[in-house]
Design a protein around this ligand. Structure first.
Ligand code: 6PG
Length: 252
């Protein structure tokens, strides 16, 4: 079932988390094949957290492993926890364990957001330079990812753009470092100008705990300061893949 929200979200409701994962894998492969055909490479910024783990595992199985030209895939992250890359909280480690160690992608195509040990602001500046160099950006230009995957926190955050964070208001930097008081930890995040430049943006939202925030995101009920994810309004394709549990208020 498809629901169109007041904020341009095209919500595709699929019964189960497994169905969401399958659709997300199909979209990932479709985006990769289209981008590689169009401009010889596929650039993506991946989400962290728990929701995308099953997707990453699925992309590593034969069907997707074989149809995607992994040597032309370039992996970035939408956000990262400021922990060593081998830490159990690291989005890099999660993605490495579920996908990147299982597909033939050159290590030089993988761009860690937090290599470990740096001061958060220095790490953010370094990743910004990585984006500038990789995308060949001039002053004020933003990188245009072919696909950005995002999750949705029950508090309305996405990537590491949390309610009340100064990173939400960042209009110039491409990457911001922020201290998340509710988590008592530092995070790095792509900023909204980067998120809103993507060719295709896909939110993955599953589970009962996301029902209210998904309803608020899609209906535009709350003010964006309370739901930073509402500020993700890319000119490109904006999709939300949700299971019945997360979409239950939208379905009634
Ligand atoms: C992270 C993510 C974050 C995540 C949401 C939802 O680093 O944790 O990038 O934005 O997508 O917190 O997380 P779950 O998928 O675990 O619910």
């Amino acid at each position: 079932m498809e629901i169109w929200g007041r904020q341009r979200h095209r919500v595709i409701v699929l019964g189960t988390p497994q169905a969401v994962c399958q659709k997300a894998a199909d979209l990932f492969a479709e985006s990769a094949i289209q981008a590689i055909a169009a401009h010889g490479r596929f650039t993506t910024a991946l989400s962290g957290g728990s929701t995308p783990k099953a997707l990453y595992k699925l992309l590593a199985v034969d069907k997707y492993r074989q149809i995607i030209s992994w040597e032309k895939v370039f992996i970035f992250w939408g956000d990262e926890r400021c922990v060593p890359p081998g830490h159990t909280d690291s989005n890099y480690r999660m993605t490495q364990d579920t996908l990147l160690s299982k597909v033939p992608i050159p290590k030089t195509n993988i761009f860690k957001m937090y290599p470990g040990g740096e001061q958060p602001t220095a790490a953010a500046a370094a990743y910004e330079q990585t984006l500038v160099q990789f995308f060949g950006l001039g002053p004020g230009e933003k990188p245009r990812f072919d696909l950005i995957l995002l999750g949705l926190g029950h508090d309305g955050h996405t990537a590491s753009l949390f309610p009340g964070s100064s990173a939400v208001d960042e209009k110039n930097l491409l990457v911001s470092a922020c201290y998340v008081s509710t988590l008592a930890s530092y995070r790095l995040t792509l900023t909204l100008p980067v998120l809103n430049a993507a060719t295709r943006t896909v939110f993955l939202v599953t589970g009962d705990s996301k029902a209210q925030v998904l309803y608020d995101l899609v209906t535009g009920r709350n003010h964006p300061q309370e739901i930073p994810a509402q500020l993700v309004q890319p000119a490109g394709d904006l999709l939300v893949l949700a299971d019945n549990a997360a979409a239950r208020y939208l379905l009634n």
